[in-house]
Design a binder for this molecule. Structure first.
Ligand SMILES: [Zn+2]
Length: 437
């Protein structure tokens, strides 16, 4: 379901040329310097519009409001928002299409199995995709970077399967040099480094696990590459992994947290403090039972008019913020460290590291759950929980295609059907983990 290949290029162009871009950028710049009351006033104005829009156009919310006796006109403030019952992944899995306010064909779809193996599908308007990029670019601007800053991108990238033997793809029009996450070994390093040198990047962006593998490989070969920023997202980073990236790439880490559902966004400022990007969405922190120092992140996005989500429980948890204020002076609240996706790096049959392996099961359709485990090097088991629309042959073909394209040919793969996913060693159900090496 995610845009790939030629479709990705089209999506990039549309987002870069969207007619609302100047207005979005101006608004984001204004909120960057807004006081706390101005931030709240902005959120409440957008909230009122979003709730009325959802009540009028989204079949799911029409029913939810009716069943709960909620008059959308009564939802005016952040406090009023709590009258609306929260929703979670189950609602998207079971009734995803009912959230839409526009025809599916006018939007982009995306899906993810997240951290717990339960895939969800969502829709995004071109405008909200443009907003997403602008919100990220605003954070980069705190570090002297912008959307045109030339950067190396390591984000899985099945593009490499379309051009065998070439683990890089120059997308200068988007200021990006794509580097495959799945070709980071001694054999491919010379080719990757010469492409990077020719590209002359100022930043590196992508999955921390992939960037760590590349940094480790470069360090072993005595290579450093001074950059102005290390842009990360999607995964939790360990201290040693941060230190390694800093040692090889020099620049500051610019990390942001978001979700496929795109309900909230947060990230660190130039002073190293994590802030909630409050104009992106309304972020509530709901206490986690039995854990006085943990909260679940619940988000109400304020920009995706085609797929309204109100009080969406992300399942992601956060610890206490180190300090309520930050010397940067922004009106955005500070937030503690987020316990997001943390996966083992798999190993291919030929010894290549395979970072963020759950990407293989991220876009399956017709399943209620999916996970992948490494039984041994190059030997993987995909476990699926069939849903009502499960098509065994189609799902199997999809998994084999993803594995071939991402991990490369020559892997051993078994697919098993289960009633429920299996917890790993930590006792937690994870989308990807290693049993044997
Ligand atoms: Zn700050």
């Amino acid at each position: 379901m995610g845009p790939t290949g030629a479709r990705l290029d089209v999506a990039h162009r549309i987002r870069r040329l969207h007619p609302l871009l100047p207005a979005i950028r101006a608004e984001l710049a204004r909120m960057d310097h807004a006081s706390r009351p101005q931030v709240v006033a902005y959120q409440e104005r957008r909230l009122r519009a979003m709730v009325r829009w959802a009540a009028a156009r989204s079949p799911f919310y029409r029913e939810l409001f009716r069943q709960n006796g909620i008059d959308p006109r009564d939802i005016r403030t952040l406090n009023d928002l709590t009258a609306i019952p929260p929703i979670d992944r189950h609602h998207l899995v079971e009734r995803g299409e009912e959230f839409r306010t526009f025809p599916a064909a006018t939007m982009w779809s995306a899906s993810s199995s997240g951290t717990s193996g339960r895939p969800v599908g969502v829709y995004r308007t071109p405008g909200s995709s443009a907003y997403e990029l602008c919100a990220q670019a605003r954070q980069w601007s705190w570090f002297g970077l912008n959307a045109s800053s030339r950067r190396i991108v390591l984000r899985g990238s099945d593009f490499a399967a379309d051009q065998p033997g070439r683990p890089v793809r120059d997308m200068s029009a988007n200021a990006q040099l794509m580097v495959s996450s799945f070709h980071l070994d001694d054999e491919h390093l010379p080719q990757i480094m010469s492409a990077i040198e020719a590209f002359d990047p100022v930043a590196i962006e992508g999955w921390p696990s992939s960037m760590t593998v590349l940094a480790g490989l470069m360090q072993r070969h005595g290579i450093t590459l001074p950059l102005r920023g290390i842009i990360t997202s999607s995964e939790v980073m360990s201290g040693p992994s941060r230190a390694l990236m800093r040692a090889v790439f020099g620049g500051p880490i610019i990390d942001h947290y978001g979700q496929t559902e795109r309900v909230t966004m947060s990230g660190n400022c130039e002073r190293g403090t994590d802030h909630v990007f409050e104009d992106y969405g309304i972020t509530e922190l709901i206490p986690v039972e039995g854990h006085p120092d943990r909260w679940e992140i619940v988000g109400t996005p304020l920009h995706n008019w085609g797929f309204p989500l109100l009080r969406y429980r992300t399942g992601d948890e956060v610890g206490p913020a180190p300090s309520p204020t930050c010397p940067c002076g922004r009106g955005f609240r500070t937030i503690g460290p987020i316990a997001g996706r943390a996966e083992d790096v798999f190993t291919a049959a030929d010894g290549r590291p395979l970072p963020l392996p759950s990407t293989v099961v991220d876009d399956l359709v017709g399943v209620l759950g999916a996970q992948i485990v490494q039984l041994a090097r190059g030997q993987f088991e995909v476990r699926v929980v069939p849903g009502p629309d499960y098509d065994r042959a189609a799902v199997a073909a999809h998994i084999h295609r993803n594995t071939d394209r991402m991990f490369g040919l020559g892997q051993q793969l078994a697919i098993v059907e289960l009633d429920a996913l299996v917890a790993g060693g930590s006792g937690k159900v994870k989308t990807a983990y290693v049993i044997g090496t």
